[in-house]
Write a protein that binds this ligand. Sequence first.
Ligand code: DGL
Length: 286
Amino acid sequence: MSVSPVSLPTPTILVFDSGVGGLSVFREIAKAQPQAHFIYAADDAAFPYGALSDEALIDRVGQVMDGLIAQYQPSLVVIACNTASTLALPGLRARHAIPFVGTVPAVKPACAASLSRRISILATPATVRRDYTSCLIREFANACMVDLVPSSRLAGLVEEVLAGREVADADIFTEIAPCFVDEDGRRTDAVVLACTHYPLLVERMRALAPWPVAWVDPAPAIARRVTSLLASGQVCTSLHPDMAGGLPPVRLVSTARALDAARVSALIGRPVSTPEILAWPLAAAC
Ligand code: DGL
C-alpha cells in the first residue's frame, strides 16, 4: 500500500529581531506551535538597535519589514525585540494588514510577583528612555519601586557568546550589577529581562547574581498570545508541502552575516535551512 504524503495547512510566522536575541522568543513559540512554518529574520546590519535614534529605528524597521513581508508573505509577525516594539509597532500595524505581536518589558507580572516591592528593568538604553516603558511603569508598578538599568553592552556580549566567542564573567557582571539594589529596607527580588537577547545568558546571570531574584522573561507570554491569535481564526494559513517530512525547517535570514545554522538549530531544537542573506538593498541605518 502506498501512502501519499499529506500537506497540512500551517501558518507562516515571521519572527524578527536585530540579531540572535529573538531566538529566545522563537523557541517558546516553536514549542507552543510545533506545526507552524517559521522564518527567523535578523537585521544584524543595523545591530544594535539600542544605539539608533528613534527616527532611524522607525525608518529601518519599516524598510526591512516592508521587504520581508513582500518576500515571504507571513500570516503573522512577531517583533521579538523590545527596542523596536516599544517604538515601531503602531507604524507597522498602520502599514500592514497582518497581525503583529510585539515584545515589551514585562513590568506587570514582575511587579505583581514581587514580595519586596522593588524590581529592576534591564534593557537597552533606548528601551529605558522610551515613553512606552514609562507608561507601563505608571500603569502597572502600583506600590512597587522600579529601577531602570540601561545596558549598552549586554546584547553585544550575547551576540559574542552565540557566535562561539569567550565572554568573561566580569563583563557580564558589570552589566547586571546595577540591577541589585538594597536600600531603605527594600531589596530587588525580580529583574525584568527587557531585551530579548538577555534570556539567552540567564543561566550565567543567575550564577553571577549577588542574591537570588526572579528573572522575568516575556517569551512564554508571547507564545501564549501567538497561540490565541492562531486559535481566533484571525490568521490566514497556507500550504507547506515540507510538512510531510516532519517539522518544517526554520528559514534563517539576515541582513549582514549568515547566521550560524548549527548553533541556532541546537538552541531552538529544530532543523534550519541554509542561512540566507537578504538580497535586496537597504539604506544604511545611522
Ligand atoms: N533584542 C533587542 C531587544 O529586545 C535589542 C538588541 C539591540 O540593541 O539591537 O531590545
